[in-house]
Write a protein that binds this ligand. Structure first.
Ligand SMILES: Cc1cc2nc3c(=O)[nH]c(=O)nc-3n(C[C@H](O)[C@H](O)[C@H](O)COP(=O)(O)OP(=O)(O)OC[C@H]3O[C@@H](n4cnc5c(N)ncnc54)[C@H](O)[C@@H]3O)c2cc1C
Length: 548
């Protein structure tokens, strides 16, 4: 409990004083609010959207759903919540996840401390008062001891600067900012640019509606069947019968999910052709991302990875009738070094007579025209265009704000050669500033719900520690941060992740430094976070209470 409540608006300076400001009302911001309020703190969440939900508020494109199973892609902090909530499908759809998040907001009475339609524009640290000044586009001025960024890894949409972008006379849509009323593509000629996870989900459904769908593909992605379907009550009940143990076991998995499936440790390089085929075939039939758990060396050994790549390429050729189209859809990069997709009828969709694939790997789109898209010397005419061009991942949302730490140090400047954090949670020069699932933490390489919960709980414990020990501020030492950045890179370099142009590396955004941002491996990461705490916040500088 804070010694003195800070939620006051001073008439003199019109600044609302709080214990903590949280930016973002997705899964991370909501749980952070709940935790800090439980500790008796005065907290306000600021959210740009007009509703809670984050990712699941914004991404309403047809087919949007999670690719981690619903029973795992959900909060575990409340046993009552996880026992009572009923999921209807193996992978929950966007509307169902949004309903769940809204239920959580109501159930824990969170809305009274969330300010919607409020975009944070600046946040700066005042050394004298050891507090953060936060300003919003609505003219709000807030002062808080702690500033917590729950702004999401995939919340800042990426729209390449196509020449002529504004010339198109029809409607355009970005999958990450989909209209709430939905879009009816019936009878329309639709162009979609991009073939990542969102496109892989949206393409089969848009194709069913549209008169014609033209897909512009720069890089093919590997996709495995999701095998989505209704979630049988017995499956749900059997998990709920031992939910806490199930969660615990999942948290020991490398990606914090999938313990129901065998993540094998033996090597593909030592398996016979028959063993490889049987294993991959069985995982293909089961569906979902545990495909990557077929062998222990898939993400570490190029030869091993090739066996998985060959299997998926064969499946594409078996599924897609036109050999040339199948070849164009066949990825050549390492399986998993770009996020593996899980689909429903993705490859099958290319057998439809109303779907055309345009390979733009060698010839980028020349321009957007008033009538459509010009590529490969040809004009493609559309009634509307869908941009499935992804996100400025991990740093984009942070860089959309002007964030300044000690001595006016700007975050964008500090991270100009790539993000630098300690544990993905904190950054030197920015006292009392936390990033939930920040760069340098497992984040996007994991089931993000347990990753988020682990971060929220770590931050809440840290804040409680500062308060009970009368510390005014905490920030990592530069040495600890440098060592962590080196460690994150060293771990990534033992894997095949950095081998292709992925958004994990920032490669989808021109000019973004190529640095592998997430930390590989959930259990060792959690162990390290716990060890830091057990050693009295090892690697951090703790300052005594400010007199200001
Ligand atoms: C289509 C899609 C599917 C996904 N599927 C999965 C999955 O199956 N499994 C998985 O683990 N992860 C998945 N993810 C990742 C997903 O982002 C996370 O699982 C999780 O929802 C992130 O929650 P969050 O609260 O950290 O961030 P978000 O949900 O992104 O919320 C961040 C919020 O911050 C707000 N915000 C940002 N900047 C500001 C600002 N300056 N001022 C005010 N508000 C701001 C945004 O408006 C947003 O509402 C998916 C992501 C996408 C895009």
């Amino acid at each position: 409990m804070m010694s003195e409540p800070r939620s006051k608006t001073s008439a003199a300076d019109n600044v609302r004083k709080l214990d903590a400001v949280i930016v973002g009302a997705g899964f991370a911001g909501l749980y952070m609010l709940h935790k800090l309020r439980e500790q008796g703190m005065e907290v306000l969440v600021l959210e740009a959207a007009d509703g809670v939900g984050g990712t699941w508020y914004w991404n309403r494109y047809p087919g949007a759903r999670c690719d981690v199973e619903s029973m795992e892609y959900s909060y575990q902090f409340s046993d009552e919540l996880q026992q009572q909530w009923q999921w209807t499908e193996r992978y929950a759809s966007q509307p169902e996840i949004l309903k769940y998040i809204n239920h959580v907001a109501d159930r824990f009475d969170l809305r009274r401390d969330i300010k919607l339609n409020t975009q944070v524009s600046t946040a700066s640290y005042d050394e004298g008062t050891a507090s953060w000044s936060v300003n919003t586009n609505n003219g709000d001025e807030l002062s808080a001891r702690f500033c917590i960024m729950a702004t999401g890894c995939l919340s800042s949409t990426n729209l390449p600067k196509f020449k002529g972008l504004d010339d198109f006379t029809g409607p355009t849509y970005h999958t990450g900012q989909w209209p709430h009323a939905g879009v009816d593509f019936t009878g329309l000629r639709v162009g979609i640019i991009g073939t990542g996870s969102s496109a892989v989900q949206a393409i089969p459904i848009i194709a069913e509606q549209a008169k014609h769908l033209t897909v512009f593909q720069r890089t093919p992605n590997y996709s495995v069947p999701a095998r989505n379907g209704p979630l049988p009550l017995e499956v749900q009940q059997s998990i709920k019968a031992e939910y806490q143990q199930f969660r615990k076991t999942n948290n020991q998995m490398p990606f914090a999910f999938g313990s129901k499936y065998n993540f094998r440790e033996d090597a593909a390089t030592e398996a016979t052709q028959e063993e490889l085929r049987t294993e991959y075939e069985q995982r293909w039939r089961t569906g979902g991302l545990p495909f990557l758990g077929a062998f222990g060396d898939l993400l570490f050994d190029m030869g091993a990875n090739d066996t998985a790549g060959d299997f998926i390429r064969n499946k594409i050729h078996e599924t897609v009738q036109d050999t040339a189209v199948a070849e164009t859809l066949s990825p050549r990069q390492v399986v998993g070094c770009k996020r593996l997709c899980a689909d429903t009828n993705y490859y099958e969709t290319y057998n439809r007579p109303n779907v055309t694939l345009v390979d733009i790997s060698g010839d980028p789109i020349e321009c957007i025209t008033p009538d459509g898209v010009r590529a490969k010397g040809e004009n493609f005419e559309f009634d509307c265009i869908v941009f499935a061009t992804g996100f400025d991942a991990m740093t984009g949302a942070l860089f959309n704000m002007d964030i300044r730490g000690r001595d006016g140090l700007e975050l964008r400047e500090k991270w100009s050669a790539g993000p630098r954090t300690y544990l993905g949670l904190t950054t030197a020069g920015f006292p009392n500033f936390f990033t939930i699932s920040g760069p340098g933490s497992p984040s996007v390489l994991t089931n993000m719900l347990p990753s988020i919960e682990q971060h929220v709980e770590w931050i809440a414990d840290c804040v409680a520690y500062l308060q009970s020990n009368d510390y005014a501020s905490i920030e990592p030492s530069s040495e600890a941060e440098d060592a962590w950045v080196d460690h994150v890179n060293a771990v990534a370099d033992t894997t095949l992740y950095p081998t292709c142009n992925s958004w994990y590396l920032g490669a989808n955004v021109p000019g973004k430094p190529r640095v592998f941002m997430p930390y590989v491996g959930f259990p060792p990461y959690v162990e390290k976070c716990n060890e830091v705490v057990a050693k009295g916040y090892d690697g951090f500088k703790l300052s005594a209470v400010s007199q200001a």
